[in-house]
Design a protein around this ligand. Structure first.
Ligand code: FE
Length: 212
């Protein structure tokens, strides 16, 4: 089996949110797909180790916030690199209630679902949700998982003067976040950054960066 074949599948970047006994919580996910249009149903795949998994099971509801290319990348880190068991993730991310579920404001669409079925796999639960309500909001193109890897990880856009083709860039020493893989790409040399610098994606301190 060649796992590179899976890289040819396209994914987005989403925040899957729910309620934890009245407290809003959620996690980042890339596996969301529409299953049927009439009635509208959507499936999400959530790891057993994600705190949100149990919250969806208990509340029977979840929301999908579709992140856009212009969404603040720290949202991905806030929801993806820490656990909702110990952190109130929505304390640092603006949200609104839509159809009685918390959705991320800085996103381009939201979909609220009621769980109608589920399937267990070795590592993940696939929740099938009947769509209760959904809408677009804001502007911006939906972020693809490929975009997250290629652009958000600190490499310059193609039209930026600092852009370097992947091969050239790979030969330079780079400072990489050991937690989320974000590659520092700022104007200031990494060594000269203040100690207060934190990873823009997962908010880990400067000391979490390693030179590669
Ligand atoms: Fe990071």
């Amino acid at each position: 089996m060649n796992p590179n074949a899976f890289r040819k599948l396209s994914y987005g970047v989403y925040v899957i949110s729910s309620w934890d006994e009245g407290r809003p919580t959620g996690c980042t996910a890339n596996s969301v797909m529409q299953i049927t249009s009439e009635p509208a149903t959507v499936a999400v795949s959530i790891n057993h180790d994600n705190y949100t998994n149990g919250c969806i099971s208990r509340s029977g509801r979840f929301a999908v916030s579709v992140l856009s290319e212009t969404s603040d990348p720290s949202i991905i880190g806030t929801f993806g690199f820490q656990s909702g068991k110990t952190v109130n993730k929505f304390d640092s991310v603006e949200y609104e209630q839509k159809a009685n579920l918390p959705v991320v404001k800085d996103s381009c669409a939201w979909i609220v679902c009621e769980v109608i079925d589920r399937m267990e796999t070795a590592t993940h639960t696939v929740f099938l949700g009947k769509v209760v309500d959904a809408d677009e909001q804001g502007a911006g193109e939906p972020m693809t998982y490929a975009y997250y890897h290629k652009v958000i990880r600190g490499k310059s856009p193609k039209n930026a003067p600092t852009y370097l083709p992947e091969e050239e860039k790979a030969q330079e020493a780079r400072w990489v976040c050991s937690v989320c893989g974000y590659v520092y790409d700022g104007e200031t040399p990494f060594e000269q950054l203040p100690d207060s610098f934190v990873c823009p994606v997962c908010r880990q301190p400067k000391s979490a960066f390693v030179k590669k």
